[in-house]
Design a protein around this ligand. Structure first.
Ligand code: G4P
Ligand code: NA
Ligand code: NA
Length: 192
């Protein structure tokens, strides 16, 4: 998506440790007009897939998911992160080990909001090592719902998440795939 790539080049900053800082428009301050265009692009790519629900994870996936859901005319459900194991049986839950942040947490969705009849589109801002997205795939599988695919704003193509999730047989559509970043020069290289 050209508009997004241009925005990354204009406002993104390459940090040490392979981190792309985009907090000026994506995951701290949010450019809602850009989000609306992103929502339209996901609608274009997943049109005709019969999506009934958007699933994301708190926190920074939620804004993108909402503007995407507006295009599809369906609700958004966000998985909650929890430090404590929830064992009351009313939730779908799985464990996520974040390598980026070096922590382990459970993600939780109430059983009320995912059903076997649902056709679910996953949405997230970043795909890096894929731990969070992999957890979302697991929740959908556990619910018996159909996973239509995953829409990602920025995929870091040099990390293993894309391969991991596509290897599960999931259709992943990333609007910008970063193949290389250089903290010295600040350069960002996109795939094709
Ligand atoms: P992981 O296995 O290393 O944890 O990789 P994963 O793809 O699950 O990403 C972990 C978290 O790090 C995610 O946010 C993701 O959005 C964020 N992230 C990964 N790489 C980058 C990057 O280059 N730039 C920025 N800005 N974020 C990145 P999170 O902490 O789980 O949640 P939240 O930020 O949505 O609250
Ligand atoms: Na994030
Ligand atoms: Na995220």
């Amino acid at each position: 998506m050209e508009l997004l790539k241009q925005r990354i080049l204009k406002d993104g900053h390459v940090k040490a440790g392979n981190v792309l800082k985009v907090d000026n428009f994506l995951n701290h301050q949010m450019d809602v007009a850009l989000f609306a265009e992103i929502g339209k692009e996901f609608k274009r790519r997943f049109a005709g897939c019969g999506v009934t629900k958007i699933l994301t994870i708190e926190a920074s996936g939620i804004g993108i998911a909402c503007l995407t859901a507006e295009q599809f005319g369906v609700p958004v459900v966000f998985a909650k992160k929890s430090q404590s194991r929830n064992i009351d049986g009313e939730v779908f839950t799985t464990r996520v080990e974040s390598f980026t942040h070096g922590r382990v947490y459970d993600i939780i969705v109430s059983k009320k909001f995912l059903s076997p009849g649902d056709r679910v589109l996953l949405i997230d801002d970043f795909l890096a090592k894929g731990s969070a997205l992999n957890g979302l795939c697991q929740l959908v599988e556990d619910s018996g719902a159909t996973l239509v695919g995953a829409g990602i704003v920025i995929e870091k193509g040099f990390q293993e998440g894309g391969e991991l999730i596509r290897g599960r047989g999931v259709r992943v559509e990333s609007l910008a795939i970063v193949d290389a970043m250089d903290p010295e020069t600040g350069s960002v290289t996109f795939r094709d």
